[in-house]
Ligand binder design. Structure first.
Ligand SMILES: [Zn+2]
Length: 435
């Protein structure tokens, strides 16, 4: 298949919302990008709309039930800090970067989720040291391109302050600029989380979130400049996208508190979870309910009855309860017994201690116990879509795509590079392409 571009630069601005579009069109670099671009400000995300499943969807064109990354974190009841779906091996089927590599193209990925251990030429995966004895840089080096990461850390490591924002994105930006200028990759995937972090800790429309959008505009400008400096701008395609939006919240729901009260979760004298029959696995705005023994009809009945009662009163924060089968039909994990959706203003936490519902205070958020906004909600929630802006080689000029889905991005990106992802859930958005 013929290639429509030489260099595909995919920039994920985590939590960039359709509601940000008017602001973007006023900012210098986004304005420049938009001028000859085609875009969609009505991109429907996936369920659950959390970062790791979203990014696995972007590179596969499939819903979570097919690519296997059904949440950010694994079901690990009782673990204070569950492991995330960091590794490429958790994605079933092929990806954009695997197909690019197979075709002999040069690939780079910076902080792109679910790429630890992936076969990418220049790979700096997003993976956190999750055990007290692990050291962050050693974990990153082991799971990505060692020499490349050592070089980036040597040059720009001083910009980092652990995982704090905006320092982390500043480090990622400098590494991206350096990678474009010296490696000239055919496919570059980069993931910035400044905006998402500010929205979590300060609220959707906070001054901090607005500042982050401004910083993202500067980052976009620096990437455009790097492409020009590398002499590849005319042969490049720039994609700026978001993975989901976010909604403000004032209350945290802890369903495991009630499962414990019903004897379905057992704890020891130090409140540590030691066994479970049913468990609420949070995806923030939604949650999966798992039953340990699928033949345990008694537990299933107890859980079903509990949720039926909770759903009767909006004060309990539950908007909807669906079966695992229905969740699977929406692209989420069909292995769950139930999937529940929070009412706007609520989100789910996994703690089994304290009250069923906590009012979120500024102290809670400052201590990072809770957040002021989150995602993970149903893609059908109002004002919850994200955006995609495409510009450059292979992109038609000035076309507005009225609606598309996150699953359509992978096949469209593959087409730009003359690649195929196979029979995907998503389809190529031909209106975006110049041919
Ligand atoms: Zn995200």
């Amino acid at each position: 298949m013929e290639r429509l571009t030489e260099h595909l630069i995919v920039i994920s601005f985590d939590c960039l919302s359709a509601l940000d579009f008017p602001m973007l069109s006023e900012l210098q670099n986004f304005q420049t990008l938009l001028k000859e671009s085609s875009y969609c400000k009505n991109v429907e995300t996936i369920y659950p709309s959390v970062t790791y499943p979203c990014h696995a969807t972007i590179v596969t064109g499939n819903f979570p039930n097919r690519h296997g990354v059904i949440n950010n974190t694994f079901l690990q009841p009782g673990k204070p800090s569950p492991d995330w779906y960091w590794h490429r091996r958790h994605i079933k089927g092929t990806t954009l970067y695997d197909e690019a590599k197979k075709a002999g193209l040069t690939t780079a990925a910076l902080l792109w989720p679910v790429t630890a251990g992936a076969n990418i030429d220049y790979n700096m995966p997003e993976i956190f040291a999750n055990r007290p004895w692990q050291h962050q840089i050693a974990v990153s080096l082991r799971n990505g391109s060692t020499i490349y990461q050592l070089d980036m850390n040597r040059r720009f490591g001083h910009l980092r302050n652990g995982l704090s924002q905006p320092e982390l994105d500043d480090f990622v930006l400098e590494s991206t600029v350096q990678t474009i200028e010296t490696k000239k990759p055919n496919l570059l995937l980069v993931h910035f989380t400044d905006l998402d972090t500010q929205r979590h800790y300060h609220g959707f429309a906070s001054d901090e979130a607005i500042s982050a959008v401004h910083r993202h505009d500067n980052r976009l400008g620096r990437i455009i400049k790097a492409l020009k400096k590398a002499g590849i701008y005319e042969n490049s395609t720039i994609i700026a996208l978001g993975d989901h939006s976010a909604l403000d919240e004032t209350k945290a729901i802890k369903l495991n508190v009630l499962l414990r009260e019903h004897g379905l979760i057992e704890v020891d004298s130090r409140e540590k979870l030691i066994s479970w029959k049913a468990y609420c696995n949070s995806c923030d705005g939604s949650a999966y309910i798992y039953i340990k023994d699928k033949a345990d009809t008694e537990t299933k009945e107890t859980v079903t009855e509990l949720l039926r009662k909770l759903s009767e009163n909006d004060a309990n924060g539950i908007e909807k309860v669906i079966t695992g089968e229905q969740a699977g039909a929406l692209g989420a994990d069909p292995q769950a017994y139930l999937m529940i959706e929070a009412l706007q203003g609520f989100y789910f936490k996994e703690s089994h201690q304290g009250e069923y519902i906590d009012e979120i205070t500024a102290e809670d958020v400052a201590a990072k116990r809770y957040t002021f906004a989150s995602h993970g909600y149903s893609p059908k929630k109002e004002n919850y879509n994200t955006i995609l802006i495409a510009s450059g080689k292979g992109i038609r000029k000035n076309t507005v795509v009225p609606y598309m889905q996150l699953v359509d991005e992978g096949p469209t990106f593959a087409r730009l590079l003359g690649l195929q992802l196979g029979a995907t859930d998503g389809k190529i958005i031909t209106e975006l392409l110049s041919e």
